[in-house]
Design a protein around this ligand. Sequence first.
Ligand SMILES: Nc1ncnc2c1ncn2[C@@H]1O[C@H](COP(=O)(O)OP(=O)(O)OP(=O)(O)O)[C@@H](O)[C@H]1O
Length: 279
Amino acid sequence: MNFLTSLADRDRVFDFLVPAQSPVDVRHGPILYLEDVTVSFDGFKAINALNLTIDDGELRCIIGPNGAGKTTMMDIITGKTRPDAGKVWFGSRHDLLAMNEPEIASLGIGRKFQKPTVFEALSVFENLELAMAADKRILPTLTARLSGAVRDRIDEVLETIGLAELRSRPAGILSHGQKQWLEIGMLLMQCPRLLLVDEPVAGMTEQEMERTAELLTGLAGKQSVVVVEHDMGFVRSIARQVTVLHQGSVLAEGSMDQVASDPKVIEVYLGAEAEEEVG
Ligand SMILES: Nc1ncnc2c1ncn2[C@@H]1O[C@H](COP(=O)(O)OP(=O)(O)OP(=O)(O)O)[C@@H](O)[C@H]1O
């Protein structure tokens, strides 16, 4: 039986969409584990003995003042920045500090930067198709049956991101919020286990923020989602667990109510004015 026939005969045609690497082992612990991570830039500790764990399927919000180290933390997880010390593990099998950026991405860690980077001249559908084609795990020559499976996956993602009706329209005509959802969809095409999302609602309308809240909370459970966000109203609307970073370390962690009423958090981040708003 040739390779393509054997693929077509599988019970689950989506098998080929799942990361090819050894699966992430979360049987005995979190999906993401950072221990005592430190990184300095010219002697300044941007991340300072940071400890953080994210559970499988959890939605975690990370907040903190400008310069707290949120972006640097994401850079470390994705392999863009190497820490000076510490441990970073993805499940109990994958030591992320021993891997480079493409290897980490292929484990199923997707990152959404603040600014959307969709291909404006291509349709919404083609953007999703391209996100799949960019995945080196997919063979360049697919049978009609496999192409059908890819189409099914795109349809599923279009529903998830709420852009099914705009599938044939060029991405350039989308609103800012819709472009953000499309980019999240492009990440979903890679079937990530962990999504890192940087300031998803910056520049969005209230309606778009509500829709984004639904989207992200809907993704949690199926994958782990880490959201860095400054908009406290939005964080409150989606947050289960919130981690507050300050000077490269965890200042506080807990429910939104717990961290919002923590005097240390109010002092360094939320401020007396915000206390009323989020408290
Ligand atoms: N490549 C770099 N070289 C020098 N300093 C850096 C570098 N990257 C980050 N820093 C510094 O490290 C600190 C943490 O920055 P980082 O961007 O991680 O903070 P942040 O919490 O993401 O802030 P913001 O909310 O403004 O995005 C800042 O003081 C920043 O100036």
